[in-house]
Design a protein around this ligand. Structure first.
Ligand SMILES: [Zn+2]
Length: 255
């Protein structure tokens, strides 16, 4: 029975992933994302339902538009697949519980920002505000008012830390190193993890980002890469590992 649920969450994730990609891209372009038909970015032909089946359409059309045969972005199937996997992992990790709702919300937040930040280097404020409210409501249901207060304190500390880091980086490199969006992102993630795990997340994100930026710099002299996706990858690793600050301190005292 368990396996059937996991498969169900995977399929639901595929469908939602397609929606998240669309939300992330359309919010960044200031377009409406409800009640508007999807079109091909190249030939602007309206896409039929059978062109929009997550993953399957992409594979059966070999990554090309049915109408103009132009290659379509790999972003859509990528976000769909990752959302499917992370929805299944959420159910596997938390079962039917409030934590599952929290986990699905965090995956949703991450995938929308992944799409918008990778494509346009934008982290839409609407996404940050919407998910901050959702997370605080869940925090209230899980841990009451004191939980909400602690979450806000943690979110504010990480926001402040990231803000100082951004100002330092900008002064040091004489150009924008971190965006305001990254600072706001740390606030919403800080609502879920404590400040120490937040610092671990930032450290881990830089650790993953370094080889990727060096490679891109070497490949095509691209010097602007969004940091948001790296923060989110690191955050999801920390979140799903269920590691706590105590675990890390206990580990460190072994030496
Ligand atoms: Zn087309």
């Amino acid at each position: 029975m368990e396996v059937i649920y996991i498969i169900c969450f995977f399929i639901i994730g595929l469908v939602f992933g397609s929606f998240f990609c669309c939300v992330g891209l359309r919010l960044s372009r200031n377009e409406k994302f409800i009640n508007e038909r999807s079109v091909c970015d190249n030939c602007h032909h309206t896409l039929a339902w059978y062109d929009l089946i997550p993953l399957i359409s992409y594979i059966s059309l070999k990554g090309r538009c049915r109408y103009c045969k132009e290659k379509v972005s790999l972003l859509n199937p990528f976000i769909e697949l990752v959302t499917g996997i992370l929805f299944a992992l959420s159910y596997y990790s938390f079962g039917f519980s409030l934590e599952l709702v929290l986990s699905l919300s965090l995956v949703s937040l991450s995938m929308i920002i992944f799409a918008s930040d990778l494509t346009y280097m934008i982290i839409p404020d609407e996404v940050i505000i919407f998910f901050s409210i959702v997370i605080l409501i869940l925090e209230f249901l899980l841990n009451g008012l004191s939980g909400v207060a602690l979450s806000l304190l943690s979110g504010a500390s990480l926001f402040f830390f990231m803000f100082v880091l951004m100002k330092l980086g900008n002064a040091l490199f004489k150009k924008e190193s971190l965006g305001g969006g990254d600072v706001k992102l740390l606030f919403v993630l800080g609502l879920v993890i404590d400040p120490f795990l937040g610092l671990i997340t930032i450290f881990l994100a830089s650790f993953i980002a370094l080889p990727v930026s060096l490679y891109l710099l070497y490949k095509n002299k691209e010097h602007m890469i969004p940091f948001g996706p790296f923060i989110l990858i690191a955050f999801l690793i920390v979140f799903f590992s269920k590691v706590t600050t105590n675990d890390i301190f206990n580990f460190l005292t072994l030496f």
